[in-house]
Design a protein around this ligand. Structure first.
Ligand code: PMP
Length: 295
């Protein structure tokens, strides 16, 4: 359950009770997936609650709306402030935060008649768990970047993710790994991919994937750790020769991958670059000042 009788939501610049809030059944977002959202995490730190990379997330939300032409007249700053207020009102510190921009009544495919912004927050553990993942290469590929704006976090895009995750689970795996429409490695249904080979780190380049905020944090951490890093187009055969691999995303954080189909990564996770980055990420989000002092 994501809410109880006390839960408060942010809706159109007001705070309202979750159990008194309703949705229009003629919403264009409900019927056509025409909306945008974010996934953010907050962490309890020594210096109070830290909504990790809040500005980056709301900038991406604004960008997603711009790309798909959903009018959005909020500032990043007011949404960041609203998020801190929402956490306080719900007495949440370590939370998952879900902003959603959705459209009002309109059963045609024309411009939205009205736009709403809601933010919900709840307690949510590691999205993919903390065990090493057993992945399968999905029979679904990521949507072609000329069909949609793949760099936008748009509601309707997630049908592709749901199909891939469910297929993987039905086949006995933990999660899917999707290729792009040219057959190159892309990403997970809700996370970006990295892999390690001969002490170097590799990740699919931007263009056919969601530009993850965790992905850019991992890239920054890798640079700080002095790791050699390559962004490019990689085939799944390259992954099947890798030493180790991991997924990263706001909900999943940094999570190691045990295997992809029948290929098991030979390197012990605890000795991998992924583990180093997982530790660095965990420190950065929970003890940001300590991280700063380290470098
Ligand atoms: N790829 C997809 C398809 C996603 O849904 C997500 C989660 N937002 C990510 C990657 C990771 O993005 P982020 O690190 O910004 O959460």
């Amino acid at each position: 359950m994501y809410f109880n009788n006390e839960t408060v939501l942010y809706l159109d610049r007001r705070f309202v009770k979750a159990n008194e809030s309703t949705t229009d059944l003629y919403s264009q977002t409900l019927h056509y997936g025409y909306g945008a959202f974010e996934g953010i995490r907050s962490y309890e730190t020594e210096h109070g609650t830290n909504v990790f990379k809040a500005e980056e997330h709301y900038k991406r939300l604004k960008k997603s709306c711009e790309l798909v032409k959903i009018p959005f007249d909020y500032t990043v700053q007011e949404l960041v402030e609203a998020t801190y207020e929402l956490l306080k009102k719900n007495n949440l510190k370590n939370a998952y935060i879900r902003p959603l921009v959705y459209c009002g009544q309109n059963m045609s495919l024309s411009k939205p008649t009205s736009v709403s912004v809601m933010i919900a927050a709840w307690d949510w553990g590691a999205y993919l768990g903390d065990k090493l993942l057993r992945l399968t290469v999905s029979s679904y590929c990521r949507p072609h970047p000329k069909s949609i704006h793949i760099e936008a976090k748009v509601c309707g895009h997630y049908v592709n993710s749901i199909l891939a995750t469910n297929e993987a689970k039905e086949n006995g795996f933990d999660e899917a790994l999707l290729l792009d429409s040219d057959g190159f490695l892309a990403e997970g249904p809700g996370a970006n991919l990295f892999f390690e080979k001969d002490g170097k780190l590799f990740t699919p380049q931007l263009g056919n994937i969601l530009p993850g905020i965790t992905r850019s944090t991992v890239l920054e951490l890798a640079e700080q750790l002095g790791l050699e890093l390559h962004q490019g187009k990689f085939t799944k055969e390259a992954l099947f020769q890798a030493d180790s691999a991991f997924f990263c995303g706001t909900a999943a954080e940094v999570v190691g991958i045990l295997s992809v189909d029948t290929y098991q990564f030979p390197k012990n996770w605890n000795d991998s670059l992924g583990k180093k980055l997982q530790d660095a990420y965990s420190l950065l989000v929970r003890e940001p000042l300590k991280q700063l002092n380290l470098n």
